[in-house]
Design a binder for this molecule. Structure first.
Ligand SMILES: *[C@@H]1O[C@H](CO)[C@@H](O)[C@H](O)[C@H]1NC(C)=O
Ligand SMILES: *[C@@H]1O[C@H](CO)[C@@H](O)[C@H](O)[C@H]1NC(C)=O
Ligand SMILES: *[C@@H]1O[C@H](CO)[C@@H](O)[C@H](O)[C@H]1NC(C)=O
Ligand SMILES: *[C@@H]1O[C@H](CO)[C@@H](O)[C@H](O)[C@H]1NC(C)=O
Length: 793
């Protein structure tokens, strides 16, 4: 390189010498020297002394000075040689900038005499600068619709060198779109101008980068580069286009509102606003606008409301996409509604009978129609009712059904039916509709009232207060309403003599029975009657039951002494032979009690006696016997006070007064009145008569006894057959000390009575036997239990 430079320099020096010759010949006034810029300091410029025609010494003697007009001492004189030398390196660009040629004026001043010489120094350019772009990168925005041949002026590059060393031309890196022209501007500067060779498409290539090179004319040439970035500006040259149009989509009709249908997508190759697409419906009907929505930004199509396959089976929706520049593209969406089993079957009742009389033959309860708005399997239906009901479902014609009774109904076994009709379709999932029909079975009076018991037994204690509630009968009727409304009544008694209406009354509504008046056990121990229960149906049905009223005994009767009779003005007198053995039966007190049971169990007791130790009374049979032998010392007249008590509560009693006369053998006359004295002869007559009477009485009483026995046995048997309590109380055992004079048995209203008697040998006098107690019929029967009833001595 250095070598090359030196050769270069030598050539310049040669040229310079040649020019010096030329100047000296041609130019008179000013002499111009020439140097190359950037020449080293101290370099030779010119032989100044020689030029001035002076010797080197003279030059120095005359104080030669060189003054340049830019006040910079760039030149100096070599005093030795008188040569003009370069004081320092000169940069042409610094001295002259763009001025060309670059001439530096200076003058040489001499003294003694003063002389001035004008000289010029031409500073020649060398190619020491490369072209340079002010910006390393140039940005150029070109709309994509820019036409072929369009020129784009670019900023120029600078080259400080001048002339052929200055900037000569521009080139650009090879590309299909642009080439570059080097143009002159008004100032003669060269600037690059890009010329478009072909159409641009931003969508194809949005940006180009070219390398722009500026070349100068030096040798070798120098260059400078800059990067040209070309941004191809978008224009709205593309309409949006739907990607998959026409769209087809299936949507279940059951999809809820706001569920997505699909997302449409339109592409617009443009950028920015021109590529920003907004979606919408195109010429959409009201129906579509009410059913679908589309998100303008996202293209998301959604349901606005539920679809209904049964109404509309498919939609055809025109959609549109518009970009920011107003270009639009169209598409379409076909939405198939997919049937879902979303409609439960429907059931429409067209006729309904809510009440069916029981026992009615086949009756139509309801006629109804079923329907399902779904289609296909979803719309097929089956209809059923529960199996265990006495109803059947008949399909009449196309979806019409009739519900009829299968057999006559019985209200009493079931009065109400809830018939649930179930209609299901065959879809998946199955949808089912239930409808409940309530059927009332109306009542027919087909049930008679039924008494809770076939017979009732009521117990009433005698002497009851009037209007006493004695019991309640009750009947039920399984019908309902007035058919079950029961009225109770007393039926006329079978026994015409029973004055039932004066004894008993009944509450017709509730069956309560009342005793109308006080009952008397002694008069009426038991009675029966029938009660009726009648319902309110039409015709009414009735039934009856037997009521048996048993009157319970109260101890309201004191014992009644039959023997000896107590209403005589004087006490009854018994005769007692003085020769009687101990235990001799003096007499037997006979008493009855009209009550029964315990109330009639009598006991006898000796209360007072003239001589207490002489007599004793058997408590249970009233026998009065002597306890020891009699002696002459015993007073002839004895008075005994006995008391007869029953066992009732409260206890009642009667007292008996007896007189006993001690007589010496039976020859002693009977003295009815102890106060009256009798003569012994008369007494003998009396004794004779007495024996006669006794003999007669014995014979006749034996006869009477056998007749009574016979009758009694017959009666007892009959009584057992009738089994009305009888005179017996089976299982009861009377205490030993009591005498059962049980009148147990019916006290009939007639005063009849029968007496069973046991013949008892004894020496007592026979008295009479006839009704003595008014209003008291005593039925005494010969039976194991009443054998001991009456003992008459
Ligand atoms: C620019 O100027 C030069 C000389 O100054 C001339 O040769 C050249 O033709 C001109 N170029 C244009 C394009 O005008
Ligand atoms: C539309 O979609 C965009 C982006 O998905 C969302 O931000 C915007 O809220 C939506 N507009 C409506 C009205 O839903
Ligand atoms: C029928 O349904 C009603 C309520 O709807 C209920 O009160 C009644 O007890 C039901 N009857 C039967 C027999 O199930
Ligand atoms: C005693 O009473 C009974 C019954 O009341 C009667 O028949 C009888 O005549 C009366 N005797 C005398 C003596 O009054």
């Amino acid at each position: 390189m250095e070598k090359l430079g030196r050769i270069h320099l030598n050539r310049q020096v040669m040229a310079f010498i040649f020019m010096m010759v030329l100047v000296q010949v041609c130019s008179e006034p000013t002499i111009r020297y020439s140097i190359l810029e950037e020449t080293e300091s101290g370099s030779f410029v010119a032989h100044l002394a020689k030029d001035l025609g002076l010797g080197a010494r003279e030059l120095a003697a005359r104080s030669a000075r060189v003054l340049s007009d830019d006040y910079k001492q760039r030149l100096l004189l070599d005093p030795e040689t008188g040569d003009l030398l370069l004081r320092e390196k000169v940069d042409r660009e610094e001295v002259c900038s763009t001025v060309d040629p670059c001439v530096l004026h200076f003058q040489v001043t001499l003294e003694k005499p003063v002389q001035y010489f004008q000289r010029e120094l031409l500073i020649q350019d060398i190619n020491d600068h490369a072209p340079e772009f002010p910006d390393r990168e140039l940005l150029l925005r070109i709309p994509e619709n820019s036409q072929q041949g369009t020129q784009f002026s670019l900023n120029l590059a600078q080259d400080l060198d001048v002339g052929s060393n200055g900037l000569q031309q521009y080139t650009v890196s090879p590309n299909p779109y642009f080439h570059v022209l080097t143009q002159n501007n008004s100032k003669g500067k060269k600037y690059p101008e890009l010329v478009q060779d072909r159409g641009l498409d931003r969508e194809e290539q949005a940006e180009l980068s070219l390398t722009l090179t500026a070349l100068d004319g030096g040798s070798p040439p120098r260059s400078g580069t800059a990067l040209v970035r070309i941004l191809i500006m978008d224009i709205n040259d593309n309409a949006p286009e739907f990607v998959n149009s026409p769209y087809e989509v299936q949507v279940l009709e059951s999809s809820p509102p706001d569920s997505p249908v699909l997302t449409v997508l339109a592409r617009d190759a443009d950028a920015g606003n021109f590529g920003r697409v907004s979606y919408g419906f195109f010429q959409a009907s009201d129906e579509i606008q009410q059913t679908f929505s589309i998100n303008a930004t996202s293209g998301d199509m959604r349901l606005k409301k539920k679809l209904d396959f049964e109404r509309i089976k498919s939609y055809h929706v025109e959609i549109e996409a518009i970009d920011g520049g107003g270009l639009s593209g169209k598409g379409s969406v076909t939405i198939e509604v997919v049937d879902v089993n979303d409609n439960a079957p429907e059931l429409t009742i067209s006729s309904l009978t809510s009440s069916v009389p029981e026992n009615a033959p086949e009756t139509i309860i309801s006629i109804f129609r079923v329907g399902d708005r779904d289609s296909g399997e979803n719309g097929k239906m089956v209809c059923s009712i529960p199996e265990n009901l006495p109803f059947i479902l008949k399909s009449t014609f196309k979806n019409f059904y009739t519900l009829v009774t299968e057999s006559p109904l019985d209200r009493e076994s079931r009065a109400e039916y809830n018939i649930t009709i179930m209609v299901s379709d065959m879809g998946t999932p199955r949808l089912t509709t239930w409808h409940t029909i309530k059927v009332q079975v109306s009542d027919i009076n087909d049930n008679t009232p039924a008494f809770t018991q076939t017979s009732y037994t009521m117990f009433v204690r005698e002497n009851n207060s009037p209007a006493l509630h004695i019991g309640t009968i009750s009947a039920t009727d399984s019908d309902s309403g007035s058919n079950a409304h029961i009225t109770y009544s007393l039926l006329p008694p079978h026994d015409p003599e029973l004055a039932l209406s004066s004894l008993i009354s009944i509450n017709a509504d509730n069956g309560q029975l009342f005793a109308l008046r006080a009952l008397d056990y002694e008069a009426l121990q038991v009675f029966e009657f029938h009660v009726g229960a009648t319902d309110g149906g039409s015709p009414p049905l009735s039934s009856q039951a037997l009521v048996r009223v048993v009157v319970l005994d109260d101890n309201d009767n004191a014992p009644f002494v039959l023997y000896p009779m107590q209403n005589a003005s004087a006490p009854f007198t018994e005769l007692l032979p003085r020769a009687a053995e101990p235990g001799y039966l003096v007499t037997k007190v006979v008493a009855v009690d009209r009550d029964s049971g315990q109330n009639a169990w009598l006991s006898f007791q000796l209360l007072k006696a003239t001589e207490p130790g002489l007599f004793s009374v058997w408590a249970h049979n009233g026998e009065v016997r002597t306890t020891r032998l009699l002696s002459e010392r015993d007073v002839p007249k004895h008075r005994l006070l006995l008391v007869v008590k029953d066992n009732g509560e409260p206890q009642r009693s009667a007292s008996v007064t007896l007189q006993v006369l001690l007589v010496d053998g039976f020859s002693q006359s009977y003295l009815p009145l102890p106060e009256v004295a009798r003569d012994p002869a008369h007494e003998d007559e009396d004794v004779l008569t007495l024996y006669l009477v006794i003999a007669l009485a014995s014979v006749s009483s034996l006869f009477l006894l056998s007749v009574l026995l016979f009758v009694g046995v017959r009666l007892c048997r009959r009584a057992r057959e009738v089994s009305l309590g009888g005179c017996s109380m089976p299982g009861e055992h009377f205490p030993g000390h009591l005498v059962d004079v049980s009148g147990a048995g019916t006290l009939s209203q007639s005063y009849q009575y029968e007496v069973c008697l046991r013949g008892d040998s004894g020496t007592g006098e026979f008295k009479f036997l006839k009704p003595m107690i008014p209003n008291a019929g005593i039925e005494i029967m010969e039976s194991p239990h009443c054998r001991d009833s009456f003992v008459f001595n």
